[in-house]
Design a binder for this molecule. Structure first.
Ligand code: NAI
Ligand code: COI
Ligand code: MG
Length: 360
């Protein structure tokens, strides 16, 4: 009997359910083509969980995730919950699930499909050869530090605290060095060490362990410069390792190298093979419910799950080849279409990818 893999499926809010539905179709097609067996369990999370359970991250959802081999997540959040208290924000649930599951490392690969160079805002010759991986620290830094509001001498003040310890920096840096060893052996460590104490500790720690990876060429890049270099010389980057907030911002920027944020997948990992896989984008309330969302980032996240957590490389390759073939044939959702009048819906794009999946 086939080994049954358990996947927790969390659709979330906005376009989350629309893009996750397409990834689930792909999941079922790979069962047919490759003979795998997946058991899925759906769970409430984010805004919808606030509405139905009174909390963004119900205990039951955590239980479903912890008993699974991997989690597939859409996106959470939206204007309906923007004025909620801190505890009742969908985004607080997102930070909570990452911390609870020990997912300290967020991998965000940005690969430019040749036929999509037209969709990018950069010139094709600048994009040529762009294939980079952002390794973002995911459970530390300013998103997780103490926050407070208080009355100061000049009225109300707000404080966000950024904390990093050496253990957190070392484990993410080691992972990034190891990933670089399996790629083009170049690592850019991005910080703001000219100003921030956390960045100074970050740089010292990366430098201290660098001699253990003599085959990897290390450069330190200040984050403001990195934001500019990503547009000036994207193909010169291989692996970028950086702290939580810088990685959040730089990876949305890197998405535009690929043509759209609807193309960027991610894997959130801890120490073992368990992982949470989600598109880099959010719940896109501006296009939710209209069939306009690009499902490719979520489908690519499923391919990452296959390769990283399950070791199903053949199926991961088949999904990526199917996407490349569909794009090569000229099919586009609105976000990557030059002629928007010919754009496909979320479901139409999902169906074409499902139909294109075959053993390679
Ligand atoms: N992991 C998650 O669940 C994340 C949740 N969020 C939440 O999502 C909500 C909306 O945030 P925004 O800043 O608007 O970021 P967003 O990523 O949801 O949307 C930014 C822009 O990209 C477009 N876009 C995003 N995904 C797309 C797709 N698959 N296909 C086509 N176009 C797409 C949107 O239409 C919008 O114009 C907020 O509540 C935010 O907190 C934001 C980022 C990540
Ligand atoms: C709550 C935010 C940190 C979500 C986000 O923008 C992300 O993880 O990319
Ligand atoms: Mg983000």
């Amino acid at each position: 009997m086939a080994d049954v893999k358990k996947i927790a499926v969390i659709a979330g809010d906005g376009i989350g359910p629309e893009v996750v539905a397409e990834a689930e179709k792909v999941l079922r097609k790979t069962e047919e083509v490759f003979g795998y067996s997946f058991e899925t369990e759906h769970a409430l999370f984010g805004g919808i969980a606030i509405d139905e359970k009174g909390t963004p991250l119900p205990e039951e959802t955590l239980r479903v995730c912890k008993s699974a081999d991997a989690v597939l997540l859409g996106a959470v959040g939206g204007p309906k919950w923007d004025n909620n208290s801190k505890e009742l924000r969908p985004e607080t649930g997102l930070l909570g699930i990452r911390k609870e599951l020990g997912l300290f490392s967020n991998l965000r690969p940005a690969v430019v499909f040749d036929c999509l160079k037209e969709a990018s805002t950069l010139k094709p010759e600048v994009l040529e050869g762009t294939d980079l991986m952002v390794v973002r620290e995911l459970t530390g830094g300013i998103y997780f530090g103490d926050k407070l509001r208080r009355q100061g001498a000049h009225g109300e003040e707000a404080v966000d605290t950024c904390v990093y310890n050496v253990t957190e920096i070392e484990r993410i840096a080691r992972q990034a060095f190891e990933i670089a060893q399996g790629r083009r052996k170049k690592l850019a460590s991005v910080d703001k060490a000219n100003v921030l104490e956390t960045s100074r500790l970050w740089r010292e720690t990366v430098n201290r362990i660098a001699p253990e990876y003599p085959d990897v060429e290390l450069e330190h890049v200040l984050v403001d410069n990195c934001a500019m270099q990503l547009l000036r010389r994207p193909s010169s980057f291989d692996v970028i390792v950086t702290e939580n907030m810088f990685g959040d911002i730089l990876s949305d920027e890197a998405a535009m190298l690929t043509g759209s944020i609807g193309m960027l997948a991610s894997a959130s990992l801890g120490e073992g093979s368990f992982g949470l896989y989600e598109p880099v984008h959010g719940s896109a309330p501006d296009i939710a419910g209209q069939g306009l969302a690009n499902p490719i980032a979520t489908i690519l996240s499923l391919a990452l799950m296959f390769r990283t957590t399950f070791g199903y490389s053949e199926a991961a390759d088949a999904i990526e080849s199917a996407i490349a073939r569909v794009l090569d044939e000229g099919h586009r959702t609105a976000d990557i279409a030059v002629d928007k009048s010919k754009a496909l819906s979320t479901t139409q794009m999902g169906d074409l990818i499902v139909a294109a999946i075959q053993k390679v």
